[in-house]
Design a protein around this ligand. Structure first.
Ligand code: DAH
Length: 339
């Protein structure tokens, strides 16, 4: 039996194949159910007990050796694909597929560029945050129901570690280390514990803007908003401010723009009102300035925050939020012309 194994091993060591079909034939000949190696296994039951151990080991070794050998033959053929024989140097090169920029990146860059023309610079902060920077410093009282407005993913309770629910957290980080004048835009990803659907996702993107200096007034905010809306959409865009509530601004407002899909006439996107809400804003609450070490008797400021997906939907009419994160090339390719 051992001799038989030895001669089979020698035979396998010299195997050659010139194409995939031959490799397959060899696999069948040696390794299939009725192959030479498998047949040895059948004979194994007739081996005397005292030889079983040595023979068993030898069969196993042969089986591994044969498997490796056949794989080697297959790989050698694969790597031969670049063989000069089959090379046609006159063939036209296949087209190189250029990637496209993601619509959210395009819109984020556009928002940043509009604010940069007003003197704002980009600031970024961490996505994994603590309660203080996301809520505490922004005037969310410990037991204030406003905390429930944003369904937070907590990673750990004590010490608290959580995923930021808004980019307003970058405000607190910048203010605690910088004295005014401050003029920043903060783009980034935010997370909320929401069921995923066409209209909601557990992560999305925002841009926050913050302007703090002496004598900054609501009029400055309004003018900035109007400039932004007209640059982002078209020069006839109208804006409307509605009173609202955010813990970190007082007074607070939500801004609507005249629906740029129907031009204000009324359509399903604007629910036939002619207006669509695009952002929240307000004058920075003095409590926030003080919590971050800025003298609220000397300085005032405004802040605003918007969802990039929402602006992108208005510009490009993307119906389902999930498309932004699926990265289906057919969807992404639609934005080639927008570069
Ligand atoms: N952080 C708010 C949100 O996620 C958006 C927001 C509203 C930001 C008002 C602001 C603001 O800076 O002043 O819903």
């Amino acid at each position: 039996m051992l001799n038989k194994i030895k001669s089979l091993r020698e035979e396998v060591a010299t195997l050659t194949a010139s194409n995939a079909e031959e490799v397959e034939q060899l696999r069948i000949k040696y390794l299939s159910k009725k192959g030479a190696v498998s047949m040895l296994m059948n004979d194994f039951r007739n081996v005397p007990a005292e030889e079983k151990r040595a023979v068993g080991q030898a069969i196993n070794e042969l089986k591994n050796f044969t498997t490796d050998r056949i794989n080697e033959l297959r790989e050698a053929l694969d790597s031969n694909d670049g063989d000069m024989d089959g090379l046609d140097l006159t063939r036209t090169a296949s087209e190189i597929r250029l990637g496209t920029r993601h619509p959210l990146s395009l819109v984020r860059e556009e928002i940043i560029s509009i604010f940069s023309r007003l003197g704002f610079t980009v600031a970024e902060g961490p996505e994994i945050e603590d309660d203080w920077h996301v809520f505490g410093a922004l005037n969310f009282a410990e037991d204030h129901p406003a905390r429930d407005m944003q369904d937070t993913f907590f990673i750990q309770r004590s010490p608290d570690v959580l995923l930021r629910t808004h980019t307003s957290s970058v405000q607190s980080r910048v203010m605690e280390r910088t004295q005014p004048p401050i003029r920043i835009v903060c783009p980034g990803r935010v997370y909320r514990n929401e069921a995923i659907s066409a209209r909601a996702h557990c992560f999305f993107h925002q841009v926050e803007a913050l302007y703090i200096d002496k004598n900054v007034s609501f009029a400055d905010l309004k003018q900035t908003l109007l400039y932004f809306a007209r640059e982002m959409f078209d020069s006839n865009t109208k804006i409307r401010l509605r009173p609202s509530y955010f813990p970190f601004t007082e007074p607070s407002a939500e801004m609507d723009i005249s629906c740029n899909i129907c031009g204000g006439k009324g359509c399903s996107f604007c629910k036939h009102t002619g207006w669509v809400e695009i952002l929240g804003c307000g004058m920075v609450d003095p409590n926030v300035l003080e919590a971050c070490g800025i003298d609220s008797k000397v300085y005032s400021g405004f802040a605003l925050g918007m969802g990039i997906e929402r602006i992108t939907n208005l510009k490009y009419q993307v119906k389902d939020l999930r498309m932004f994160s699926e990265n289906d090339v057919r969807f992404l390719d639609e934005f080639t012309a927008a570069h």
